[in-house]
Design a protein. Structure first.
Length: 240
């Protein structure tokens, strides 16, 4: 079975890294293939970039989704999640949505640590929209953006560990999500410094996508065909 992992930003190296992690976790008979955003920001760090990434995720699925048994949006914040669930005939998972579900298995409240100050209100709104407003202990951001952390993970470990500890000790989080594609693999490296579980959003998204194989689509109201202008031929065909 094949899972399409969509990186809705335009950094190919991030896609390659996520696919390598996912295939390292995949059981026999399951494989992940990657698709990188054809347009948009190198790394999502604003509302404008996130809005564009939602379009890029739809575009990537239309181009590469044929034959996929599930889709994983490999961007924390899950751009295009519900839109893809509306039009894709297979399960669609997102890193943030899947991580919240996993975190709540560890307790009633979870915190989030990620890179880039603009993400704090964006993620607060996202988790509220998924019904997790009361469960969210808080979102803490560190000064490096996710893209900067991806380029220099060693330099970010101390500040990430400090933010995770503050999430647990000051905010009351019973689990902390280290969120963002650029932070993949770092949760295990800071976990020993934090008194509650620290979850990697990428690993939780991969687990959720594998678990969803064989399930039906999300059951949202199906997309109604529309006339479009200026879209890629593959996306126009999907929407039409």
């Amino acid at each position: 079975m094949r899972i399409l992992l969509i990186n809705a930003n335009t950094t190919e190296a991030i896609t390659d890294r996520l696919v390598a992690i996912a295939n390292g976790m995949a059981p026999e008979g399951v494989s992940f293939t990657g698709a990188t955003g054809r347009f948009g920001a190198r790394y999502i760090a604003s509302r404008a970039a996130s809005a564009i990434a939602g379009h890029a995720a739809l575009d990537a699925w239309a181009e590469h989704g044929a034959g996929a048994d599930a889709v994983l949006i490999g961007c924390f914040g899950d751009p295009g999640l519900d839109a893809l669930r509306e039009i894709a005939p297979v399960p669609v998972l997102g890193l943030a949505d899947a991580s919240a579900t996993a975190a709540l298995r560890h307790g009633r409240r979870f915190g989030v640590v990620t890179g880039g100050a603009a993400w704090k209100p964006m993620l607060e709104e996202f988790f509220a929209s998924r019904g997790h407003a009361a469960a969210l202990a808080g979102v803490r951001t560190v000064a490096p953006t996710g893209g900067e952390i991806a380029r220099d993970p060693e330099g970010a470990l101390a500040v990430l560990a400090e933010a995770c500890r503050a999430s647990a000790e000051q905010d009351g989080a019973e689990a902390v999500i280290l969120g963002g594609a650029g932070l993949a693999g770092l949760a295990a490296r800071v976990a020993s410094r934090v008194k509650v579980p620290v979850l990697c959003s990428v690993e939780e998204g991969v687990r959720a996508a594998i678990a969803a194989l064989g399930a039906g689509p999300a059951g949202l109201m199906p997309h109604q065909p529309v006339e479009t202008l200026g879209l890629s031929p593959s996306l126009a065909a999907r929407l039409g």
